[in-house]
Design a protein around this ligand. Structure first.
Ligand SMILES: [Cu+2]
Length: 139
């Protein structure tokens, strides 16, 4: 009984360190060879298919609804009066965002989208909850 208990404990400890290893690897930039920008999924600025994201209080609207895998440049056009920003998050793209955008200004992010579902939203506090989010399905 005592032995079985120890084994279970060890297994738990092993599982925990394995999880830590996985977490360390996935946030470590894939072997250290790549630039920081690559590990987050950001691609070369301005190089992709252009998508305009119109931002207002509190909504965002994309200029395209069909996405195939590839490189996209999302330009956030802040048509509102409040400061907004734009963030893309999904497979291979970890929290790639623009700087804060004042009303009437624009800013862009370029990302490589793979097959899957991406979240596109305004990362300014509370705006996502107010409706400034959408999903993009790449297929
Ligand atoms: Cu916002």
């Amino acid at each position: 009984m005592v032995i079985a208990k120890r084994t279970a404990l060890q297994a738990t400890a092993l599982g925990f360190s394995a999880a830590l290893l996985v977490a360390a690897c996935s946030s470590g930039g894939g072997g250290g060879g790549g630039k920081a920008a690559e590990s987050t999924g950001a691609a070369k600025a301005g190089s992709g298919t252009k998508v305009t994201v119109t931002e207002t209080e509190y909504a965002l609207k994309l200029s395209r609804s069909a996405f195939a895998p590839g490189v996209y440049t999302f330009t956030a056009d802040n048509k509102g009066k409040t400061t907004h920003a734009l963030e893309v998050d999904g497979p291979g793209v970890a929290d790639v965002r623009t700087q804060n955008i004042q009303g009437g200004q624009q800013a862009s992010v370029t990302v490589t989208l793979k097959k899957g579902t991406y979240k596109v939203y305004c990362p300014v506090d509370g705006h996502q909850q107010l409706g400034m989010k959408t999903t993009v399905t790449v297929s």
